[in-house]
Design a protein around this ligand. Structure first.
Ligand code: PEP
Ligand code: CO
Length: 453
């Protein structure tokens, strides 16, 4: 039975509600022109792909698949480059294979890419040396450089962002179509981090054992002509971003021939951030009307009543594959704040995919002012999430990371032992700190070992 279209909703009905964290533009005519231009461009994704992801998420809700979502905190236009995109794809691919092995479930790969250009900020302005300018709200809105020109919100950046998302996605699609990674032969993976000098011998041995086991298992399945090997290894990527800038999202939201309802065709999986999930706000109003699967982030202050109301607003038909709840509690808060949410949603029989974001509740600032996160806290939050879901009889169906394929030094710890004094070596994130290639791979191995099996 098709799900009926949302009542009293249109792609513009959000404009009647309070929209938090929206850019303030000075030139109304320039905004209209940018939105008109966006509207006229072809979509980035298709309704068929969105429906496919909804079906995969429905499986994940039942514990038959696992979602791996990851990418930059803030994607930048400058990083729309072949090597950066390819390394992001590679890290997600490699992590997903390790997770397939450890969790014994096919992995749905979802990038925070091709549109993760808009950021909510805790303060609308930033002061430096007595000068106050608008904060940096992501490349969709303004530029990071601390000058009045760069920081003034520019509506044309919505069009540029869209174009860069299109180029990113075009390259991703071509890489995949061209057989970017021969997944059947993981011994060809470039597991650089295994060769790192600082890696303890025991860890290296264990990781090598795991990858060769994985290669063996895949070869064996192939030999048997096992169909499921394709399901386990098929290289399918989906896109996601925080659906923050509603002008951008709504300009590409349309009805599609022979399907009911409207699709947001800027991305497969938009999510609503922790700061914009007000029940009566513009973001919930907008996303309740689109057919895409929709994520909502929830932090340690979120109550069971609040979450239930959000689920009912966004998924009133309790449709399979529709609702993704991304909890981001922090390692110290999760044992207290997650169980009441799990119990309530379970008791009320709502169908959601529970995803753990172990990044956003574990931020800290070092004494010399670096925003960072510790590898150990991130891992601890995931382990606790897995245990708490088990206790509650619910399913941890995915993980959500900020990571990069580059060799950055933004998060503390990991086998290489990044210390506070190392953070300034290569800290390039314009927003939150990301796991680097080695830390992300190590994380995948540890999740596979400690959460799987
Ligand atoms: C983010 O995902 O970068 C983010 C801002 O998260 P949250 O809404 O959970 O704070
Ligand atoms: Co972030």
């Amino acid at each position: 039975m098709p799900v009926p279209a949302a009542i009293d909703w249109s792609p513009d009905s959000w404009k009647q509600r309070l929209a938090a964290h929206q850019a303030v533009y000075a030139d109304r005519a320039a905004v209209d022109a940018a939105v008109e231009k966006l509207r006229s461009l072809p979509p980035l994704v298709t309704s068929g792909e969105v429906d496919r992801l909804r079906a995969l998420i429905a499986d994940a809700q039942q514990g038959r698949r696992f979602l791996l979502q990851g990418g930059d905190c803030a994607e930048t236009l400058a990083d729309c480059r072949a090597e950066v995109i390819a390394s992001k794809l590679k890290i997600l691919l490699q992590m997903s294979l390790v997770l397939v092995h450890g969790l014994r479930r096919p992995v749905v790969r979802v990038g925070r890419f091709a549109g993760q250009y808009a950021k909510p900020r805790s303060s609308p302005v930033e002061a430096r040396d007595g000068v106050t300018l608008p904060s940096y709200f992501g490349d969709l809105v303004n530029s990071a450089e601390f000058t009045p020109e760069a920081r003034t919100p520019n509506p044309h950046l919505m069009v540029r962002g869209y174009q860069h998302a299109a180029m990113t996605l075009n390259f991703i699609r071509s890489l995949i179509a061209g057989g970017f990674a021969d997944l059947h032969h993981p011994e060809y993976w470039d597991l650089r981090f295994l060769h790192h000098a600082n890696l303890p011998e025991a860890l290296r041995a264990e990781y090598q054992r795991m990858t060769s086991q994985l290669a063996e298992a895949l070869r064996f399945m192939e030999l048997l002509g096992e169909k499921s090997v394709d399901d386990l290894t098929s290289v399918e990527f989906f896109t996601s971003h925080e659906g923050l800038n509603l002008l951008y999202e709504s300009a590409q939201t349309r009805s599609v021939p022979r399907r009911t309802g409207h699709y947001n065709l800027t991305t497969h999986l938009p999510w609503i951030g922790e700061r914009t999930r007000a029940l009566d706000g513009a973001h919930v109003e907008f996303f309740r009307g689109v057919r895409n699967p929709v994520g909502v982030k929830i932090g340690p202050r979120g109550t069971p009543d609040e979450l239930l109301a959000l689920i009912d607003a966004l998924s009133p038909h309790n449709e399979a594959g529709r609702m993704v709840v991304i909890h981001r509690m922090g390692a110290d808060a999760i044992a207290r704040s997650l169980p009441p949410l799990l119990e309530r949603v379970k008791k009320e029989g709502r169908t959601v995919l529970w995803v753990c974001d172990p990044m956003h509740g574990n931020g800290m600032t070092t004494t010399n002012g670096h925003k960072t996160r510790s590898f150990d806290a991130i891992l601890r939050e995931i382990e606790l999430a897995a245990a708490l879901h088990k206790q509650a009889g619910t399913i941890l169906g995915g993980v959500h990371f900020e990571l990069t394929g580059e060799d950055v030094t933004e998060c503390l710890g990991g086998a290489r032992g990044i210390k506070e004094s190392d953070l300034s070596t290569n800290f390039t994130s314009l927003c939150d700190p990301r796991l680097n290639y080695e830390q992300a791979m190590e994380m995948a191995f540890l999740i596979a070992r400690r959460v799987g099996g």
